[in-house]
Design a protein around this ligand. Structure first.
Ligand SMILES: Cc1cc2nc3c(=O)[nH]c(=O)nc-3n(C[C@H](O)[C@H](O)[C@H](O)COP(=O)(O)O)c2cc1C
Length: 173
């Protein structure tokens, strides 16, 4: 089985989360394609998809929104999991956060299995406009790495278990 892990990331933090997820899926025995959502040209060859986005201004990355628009007709009915990464505090680990509206729409449009929000990361060494925002956030005490690799990897192993179960009972896919 081949699993696509696609992501939208401006500062690289969400891309790294996607890589952790891809590693766990690979360790579980799946062939995994890890690709930025904006570079995916087709999804027909994938048995399952994990799609993740950084959160900016309460929304998903434009490439991930476009991915949903382009491929929802192909992916509907196929096993899909969604994640967001954003909060620059411990709120994501404290309890399940409501999906932002783009994620809620994607849950419906892709008939996705589940959505989870992971913490985000903002460092003062970010470049360009992100760097300026980071300097501002640093003055307000909001920079840091609030991603939790242990939680991300455990979630990915849960996804791997569900994909494996669906493989044993194909009618569940
Ligand atoms: C301008 C700006 C707006 C942001 N808006 C949100 C937001 O609405 N919700 C949220 O949870 N995090 C928000 N964040 C935090 C980012 O989602 C977080 O830094 C994330 O890890 C960025 O991922 P990336 O490195 O993959 O781009 C914002 C960050 C910036 C710089």
């Amino acid at each position: 089985m081949v699993v696509l892990v696609a992501y939208g990331s401006t500062g690289g933090g969400t891309g790294e989360i996607a890589a952790w997820i891809a590693e766990e899926l690979q360790a579980a025995g799946f062939a995994v394609q890890l690709t930025p959502a904006g570079e995916v040209t087709g999804v027909a060859g994938y048995d399952a998809v994990v799609l993740g986005s950084a959160l900016y201004a309460f929304g998903w990355h434009a490439d991930v929104r476009r991915f949903v628009q382009r491929f929802s007709h192909v992916l509907r009915g196929r096993p899909v999991w969604l994640f967001s990464s954003g909060p620059l505090d411990s709120s994501a680990d404290a309890g399940a956060l409501e999906p932002v509206p783009h994620a809620a729409s994607a849950l419906r449009d892709l008939t996705a299995r589940a959505h989870v929000t992971f913490g985000g990361r903002m460092t003062t060494d970010a470049h360009g406009w992100l760097g300026h925002v980071a300097q501002q956030l640093a003055r307000e005490g909001h920079v840091g790495d609030f991603r939790n690799p242990v939680r991300v990897r455990a979630w990915a192993r849960g996804v791997a278990g569900e994909i494996a179960a669906a493989r044993r009972m194909p009618e569940q896919i």
